[in-house]
Design a binder for this molecule. Structure first.
Ligand code: ZN
Ligand code: ZN
Length: 151
């Protein structure tokens, strides 16, 4: 596994796991915010920001003998299970994917250093907005998963 200068690297807090994404794939990722209740809990915040990319577009570099812990999140509002991975060393979410649909991966945007993240173009589960949250300007809002527009 080699990285080049055009790869963009993101890592967890303890550094056990690093995701390497070629800058071209990084630039063509679909950036999204998800406000579903499970993302809220997983992020410990109001939403998760994810970069949606083909699973073939990233390389995971882990410290020897380690790999991210997997949690099958079967209680999702969408009715589909999401496999969430996180670092066992520091608890940082790494990436997730829909169970049985691993060809598309949702990389946690917070792994990457500030100043390089694209603005989200999709905002999911707008029905869960807190009363003081403003929809992100320029992003397509969906009440639930993609395809479910707000009423
Ligand atoms: Zn870690
Ligand atoms: Zn979510």
């Amino acid at each position: 596994m080699t990285t080049t200068t055009t790869d963009i690297l993101g890592s967890c807090n303890c550094g056990q796991h690093t995701l390497s994404i070629p800058s071209s794939a990084f630039a063509s990722a679909t950036p999204a915010l998800c406000h579903c209740t499970n993302c809220r809990k997983s992020a410990g915040s109001l939403f998760s920001m994810i970069l949606i990319i083909p699973a073939s577009a990233y390389t995971l570099i882990s410290a020897e003998g380690t790999k991210p812990k997997e949690y099958v999140d079967s209680g999702c509002d969408s009715g589909k299970s999401i496999v969430r991975t996180f670092c066992e060393g520091c608890g940082c979410p790494i990436r997730s994917w829909g169970e049985g649909a691993e060809e598309v991966t949702y990389v946690r945007a917070g792994l990457f250093a500030p100043g390089q993240l694209p603005k989200p173009v999709i905002e999911l589960y707008t029905k869960n907005f807190e009363s003081w949250w403003k929809p992100l300007e320029g992003a397509s809002g969906f009440a639930g998963m993609i395809g479910v527009k707000p009423e």
